[in-house]
Design a protein around this ligand. Structure first.
Ligand code: GDD
Ligand code: MN
Length: 387
């Protein structure tokens, strides 16, 4: 079997026949052994229609689950049951054009381990959503891309339409929470290249969208779970938490020194930052970068390098305090702005010079056992054939 098309369905009685027809049309004349797998959780008579379809058409298979166990797990079930060398996942409602499948298979054959039709690159469009859903969708994508490194270069990781070579998920332990199986695949799968091709997300044909507030909440839970399971993604969150705690320590110290001891603002700022610096070092060394523990002589360098980087951060912070003082603004506010600027710079610097990854180090977690060098590219023209 060369291609498996996995389709999660829930109460799509008016769509399943049409999508089979469209797929057959799209793959007509192409030498390709393929199967269609519906993983169905419907509570209406969709299973009856699927059974009928399966008896008439040897390409069609379906599995009905008696509980509505969610879109993500339905797709994982589809991976398990199907046999194809290539897998395409798409919705049942024709919002994802089946005419794109031949192009997706081409990409999988010749170019890339993962192929993602995207609404957000040149040639794509998002016409199938209303303005509110567009905003929600944009926010969701931005959160995902900000939080998780492996999603950063993918423009459309929430669309539910994608293709992959079976090896990508063969050994991955997939445990999606809710709908966004693609982010689970991108984080846990093993692959070397991802290609995005443009497509137009169309309006729904028939029946209703099953998207809900619960699913938005599930998405956030899912992102957080993935983020926490990857030491690399978790690191910046920890850095900010420690930094946040450090800010409190810093401001408390500054207040005591400036208001209590009436020390000059710049001197108070520098002292407060030194106190916060020591506090932060201890946390970062024991928690934030605990996987990057250095051995031998490199170990003794941590503290001096951290101090140097922090000094540069303190300089930045003090500069802001001085600026605010000159402008006749509140010195404590200057301290806050300075800290924010210093945080970004010092994270990058510390990650690189204070706690660099040691060479013999084992991967931090299962999430990072995939290749670290992933190639991302996009194809600019769609060879979508309109039927
Ligand atoms: N098996 C199964 N179980 N299938 C489900 C379930 C479930 O619990 N819930 C939904 N589905 C199926 C639907 O039948 C449909 O084929 C597909 O999953 C997507 O559901 P829709 O109801 O069509 O959702 P949508 O169109 O609002 O959302 C789609 O487009 C979004 C684009 O912004 C999905 O692809 C989203 O993942 C995507 O983000
Ligand atoms: Mn839909």
């Amino acid at each position: 079997m060369q291609l498996s098309i996995v389709i999660p369905s829930f109460n799509e009685r008016n769509n399943v026949r049409a999508i089979v027809d469209r797929i057959e049309g799209a793959l007509q004349g192409i030498q390709l052994a393929y199967e269609i797998w519906f993983i169905d959780d419907s509570s209406d008579d969709t299973p009856r229609i699927l059974a009928e379809l399966a008896s008439q058409n040897p390409h069609v298979n379906f599995h009905h689950r008696s509980a509505k166990s969610g879109l993500g797990t339905a797709v994982v079930e589809g991976f398990r049951r199907s046999k194809g060398e290539y897998i395409v996942v798409m919705d049942a409602d024709l919002q994802h054009p089946p005419e794109l499948i031949p192009e997706m298979v081409n990409q999988l054959r010749e170019v890339s381990d993962v192929v993602i039709p995207s609404r957000f690159i040149a040639g794509g469009s998002d016409g199938g959503l209303n303005a509110f859903r567009k905003l929600v969708s944009w926010t969701a994508r931005s959160i995902g891309r900000l939080a998780i490194k492996r999603l950063r270069k993918v423009t459309d990781c929430t669309g539910g339409f994608f293709g992959l070579r079976r090896q990508v998920v063969e050994r991955a332990d997939l445990n999606p929470v809710g709908w966004k199986i693609l982010i689970e695949v991108l984080v846990k799968g093993s692959y070397q290249s991802v290609v995005e091709i443009p497509y137009a997300f169309l309006a729904r044909n028939a029946d209703e969208s099953k998207m809900s507030l619960t699913e938005q909440w599930n998405y956030l839970r899912h992102i957080f779970k993935l983020l926490w399971s990857s030491a690399e993604d978790r690191r910046f969150v920890l850095y900010c938490l420690v930094g946040g705690l450090g800010v409190l320590v810093n401001l408390a110290a500054m207040s005591v020194l400036f208001y209590g001891f009436r020390i000059h603002a710049v001197a108070a700022s520098v002292l407060a930052s030194v106190i916060a610096m020591i506090h932060n070092f201890l946390w970062h060394d024991r928690v934030t970068w605990k996987e990057h523990r250095q051995a031998g002589w490199r170990k003794t360098l941590r503290m001096p390098v951290f101090v140097l980087i922090s000094l540069s951060g303190i300089a930045v912070t003090a500069l802001f305090v001085r600026l605010f003082e000159v402008l006749g603004l509140w010195e404590l506010a200057g301290q806050c702005v300075g800290i924010v600027a210093a945080t970004g710079w010092t994270f990058l610097a510390n990650n690189r010079w204070t706690w660099p990854r040691s060479l013999q180090e084992m991967p931090d977690s299962a999430c990072e056992t995939g290749s670290s060098q992933v190639l991302y590219h996009t194809v600019q023209t769609t060879r979508e054939r309109e039927s």
